[in-house]
Structure formats: C-alpha cells, structure tokens
Design a protein around this ligand. Structure first.
Ligand SMILES: Nc1ncnc2c1ncn2[C@@H]1O[C@H](COP(=O)(O)OP(=O)(O)OP(=O)(O)O)[C@@H](O)[C@H]1O
Ligand SMILES: [Mg+2]
Length: 311
C-alpha cells in the first residue's frame, strides 16, 4: 500500500513561477515579458506555460515564430501533456526570440488533471513532481526558466511549484485577487513542505494599477505580508493599467518593448481619417510608458530573486 519515499528533485537555479491563484491578473503577460527580458540580455531562457489557455503572447502559433520540433505538434499544450504522459523530457519550440525557447500552453494542459488524478491513486504525491522530472534533463541548457501558471487550478499550480525555485506573485487590489493569493500561499506551503524544500517566495507586485495610488499600494502590501509572510519583498514598481496597448501588443504577438519599437513607423490617426490605414495600424503612444514600466519591474524582480538566499 505504501509508495516509495518522496524523491526530492532540486529545481534549476533560476526557475521562477509567476502565480497568483486568480484569473486575469496579468500572470501570462508578466511571464512572457520576464522570459523575453532575460533572453534579450543574452541569457538562455525557457518559458513553460502550465496553463490551459494559450494566450500566444509571443506569436508562436499565429505568426509562426520559432522553430517547431519535428514530429507531433507541441502547440496548444500538446507537447507538455505528451512529455508528462510519456514521462519524457520537455520538447520546446526553439528560438521564439534569440535565446528564448517556449513550451506552449493550451487546451491539452487541462487534460493533465485527469491523468494526474488517475496516477495519484498508484503513485501518490510523486505525481506532483512530474513536471520537475520532465524539466530536469533540459535544465543545464538554460540560465533562466519561467513558468506561467493556471488560475484557480490547485493541481496545475502545484505541478509548477514543485518544479520552481521561486514564486513571484503579481496581484491586483480587489478582494478576489487577495483571496487568490491565499490559495497560492496554501499551495506554496504544501509543495514546499512535502516535495520542494528549495522553493521560496521571491516577492510580489501590484500589477495593472494606477502607479500614483500610494495609499492603495500600502493596503495591498499589508495584505501581501499577511498572506505570503512578513518577509515577502514587495516590488515598488507598478505596471499601470493600460488596456489598449496591452491588448494590441498581445494581438500582434509582440512584447510591449517590441510593439513600442514600431512607434516611429506607425500609421497616425490622420492616416486612418484619410482611409490610408486602419485603427489597428496605429500604435498608441501609451505603449511607451507601459514598456518602460514592464522593463523596470523585470529589473526589480531579477534583483529580488538574486537577493533571495539560496537554500
Ligand atoms: N498593464 C496592463 N493594463 C491593462 N491590461 C493588461 C495589462 N497587462 C495585460 N493586460 C491584459 O489583461 C488581460 C489579462 O492578462 P493576462 O492574460 O496576462 O492575465 P492572466 O493572469 O494570465 O489571466 P488568466 O488567469 O486568464 O491566465 C489580457 O487581456 C491582457 O492583454
Ligand atoms: Mg494566463
């Protein structure tokens, strides 16, 4: 009846999970930008999307970016599912940007829940280390690993937490975001205690908020300390709520920085009025501060991870 003793798998040195326990907070946006931020600095980076919704922030599917491996498709979460099902190493899409490989998320990731639940009855909590095992053979190739995570899915959150060294928590200021943080804190503690003693909280940030609302930020900070522990560092940089440039950049499969780089050659509103361009061709000026804030937030997150003491 007993299963084997738990084998502890040490996560890669710089593996960060972006998780909040709540949907629509900005996890996927932040995870894609964090991965692209490291890759742009010459670090070999792997983004793993443990989420059943494929936002395709980097344009892999829609714009055919990167080199897809030969054989069956790895898009739409199928590669991630197959690696865990077959107990084989992850197979990323290569060079989605220079130095950036991606294991895409998507619908098939949702099917992992049934697989893991069925295996759980025989293999016990080892199952939660499935992703950590599939990642381990690749880890020496990468300087940085970033996990995007699924909202309101304990099993998928735990899967990523078992493979990560750090958890970074973006949050919004509403009550449901705070409740989500409570969920991720619970999963964090469970995984750390039972499977991954290397796991640490790197910090938290307020995402998609008005940067000048300092009173509100202080209230959220207090909530973060209450939910995630009094030692939790809170990033001071806030990425503002700027829906139009954020949504447009995602539609084009570009990071905020890449989209901002198109400003000088962008169509203008007078081109739209003259019928020479459509509204979709106009890059909004507000992409500039958004790109800058995201860049500064990533600089800060990187510093927080470097400061966190190694276990
Ligand atoms: N700074 C921002 N301001 C306004 N909207 C943003 C900003 N950043 C991202 N968004 C938009 O907010 C929405 C939610 O973001 P995102 O998909 O990153 O959240 P998520 O936490 O990953 O959601 P889910 O839980 O559904 O996976 C998206 O439409 C995204 O384009
Ligand atoms: Mg997401």
């Amino acid at each position: 009846m007993l299963t084997d003793a738990v084998d502890i798998i040490e996560p890669p040195a710089n593996a960060v999970m972006i998780g909040t326990g709540k949907g629509g907070v900005g996890k996927s946006t932040l995870a894609a930008h964090k991965a692209a931020w490291h890759a742009a600095r010459g670090e070999r980076t792997l983004l793993i999307c443990v989420t059943s919704q494929d936002d395709d922030d980097l344009g892999i599917e829609r714009f055919n970016r990167g080199f897809r491996p030969e054989g069956p498709s790895v898009l739409n979460g199928q590669g991630l599912y197959r690696s865990i099902y077959d107990r084989t190493p992850l197979v990323p899409v290569k060079e989605v940007r220079p130095n950036l490989d991606v294991v895409p998320g998507g619908e098939a990731v949702g099917e992992l829940l049934t697989l893991l639940t069925a295996r759980m009855t025989v293999e016990g909590i080892h199952v939660v280390s499935s992703l950590a095992r599939a990642l381990a053979p690749l880890a020496p190739w990468y300087d940085q690993v970033v996990f995007d995570s699924a909202p309101e899915q304990d099993s998928l959150e735990q899967l990523a937490l078992a493979a990560a060294r750090w958890l970074f928590v973006p949050t919004r200021s509403d009550d449901t975001s705070i409740r989500g943080m409570r969920r991720i804190a619970r999963n964090y503690k469970l995984v750390r205690r039972q499977l991954n003693p290397y796991l640490k909280v790197a910090g938290a940030c307020l995402y998609g908020s008005n940067p000048s609302a300092t009173q509100l930020h202080e209230e959220v900070r207090q909530e973060v300390l209450r939910e995630l522990g009094t030692q939790t560092p809170m990033a001071t940089r806030v990425v503002g709520y700027r829906e139009m440039p954020a949504v447009n950049a995602r539609r084009k499969g570009l990071t905020f920085g890449e989209y901002a780089d198109l400003l000088p050659i962008s169509a203008k509103s007078y081109d739209v009025a003259a019928g020479r361009a459509t509204r979709a061709d106009v890059v909004p000026d507000s992409i500039r501060p958004l790109a800058l804030e995201m860049d500064l937030l990533n600089t800060e997150i990187d510093a927080l991870c470097r400061k966190a003491p190694a276990t």
